[in-house]
Design a protein around this ligand. Structure first.
Ligand code: SF4
Ligand code: SF4
Ligand code: FES
Length: 245
């Protein structure tokens, strides 16, 4: 049976090193299977976070051959098995152990986003929405919170600007700001608290999203346009001043 070398990062936030393991390759195998083989046969204490093995819980996010990806959705037959497969934790977040990172910062950002503030019901007691408005935000709700987009975003990864919310939370902001019933004014927070202005639309986040959410085109750019229209468009600002808004 063919074997592949899997090079896995071991260690914690203080120290670590790569360790190599030989893993037999079977048909349909994914990287998470290889990691589980190592855990079962060669390193029982190997720490790895996973849950669904179906690309739906987001917990097996890691970097495979330098690319942020879900281990359970990365098939071995799409990788060059003549070279070692390098598996390491997401680099943007603190390591806990081996392949497990501390992603709690993301939850703290999430808590700062104001909840939906729906407009009052119609006279007949209903809330009416246009189907096209509902469809527009539907893709944002596909997010599985894997945080791969946060991992790849250079504002967080390289510049460590933790005053930037990161793409995941611009997607969540978009799902609320574009919700047909929402009345919350989200533009001040997008500009000053979540610092949408830091994003320079490199689209790296969209490229790694396993749910194929068009993060930049459908969430970030429309939000940036709204912020620019409010704060940086001189005619718009003049009209706002005249209207007293
Ligand atoms: S498009 Fe913006 S949010 Fe996405 S990775 Fe680039 S800088 Fe980060
Ligand atoms: S937007 Fe995509 S990449 Fe980002 S957390 Fe959600 S599913 Fe993951
Ligand atoms: S184990 Fe759930 S997404 Fe991979």
């Amino acid at each position: 049976m063919r074997e592949v070398t899997v090079r896995i990062h071991r260690g914690d936030d203080q120290s670590g090193a790569f360790q190599e393991f030989q893993v037999p390759v079977t048909e349909g195998m994914v990287v998470l299977d290889a990691v589980h083989y190592v855990q079962a046969h060669q390193a029982n204490d190997l720490a790895v976070r996973w849950n669904c093995k179906a690309g739906k819980c987001g917990s097996c996010a890691a970097e495979v051959n330098g690319k942020p990806t879900l281990m359970c959705m990365t098939r071995l037959d799409r990788l060059n098995l003549d070279e070692p497969i390098v598996v390491e934790p997401m680099r943007t977040f603190p390591k806990i152990r081996d392949l497990v990172t501390d992603v709690s910062w993301n939850y703290s950002v999430n808590k700062r986003i104001k909840p939906l503030k729906p407009k009052p019901r119609e006279a007949d007691g209903t809330h009416r929405m246009m189907q096209m408005d509902v469809d527009r935000i539907q893709e944002f709700h596909q997010c599985i919170e894997c945080f791969l987009c946060q991992d790849v975003c250079h504002i967080l990864r390289n510049h460590e600007r933790w005053d930037f919310s990161g793409p995941r939370f611009l997607v969540r902001n978009a799902s609320l700001a574009m919700h047909p019933l929402d009345t919350e004014d989200r533009l001040p927070a997008l500009k000053d608290e979540f610092n949408i202005g830091y994003c320079n639309i490199t689209k790296c986040c969209s490229e790694v999203c396993p749910e194929e959410i068009k993060i930049t085109d459908n969430a970030i750019i429309p939000l940036k346009e709204r912020v620019a229209g409010r704060y940086y468009d001189p005619i718009g600002r003049l009209l706002q001043r005249v209207r007293g808004t």
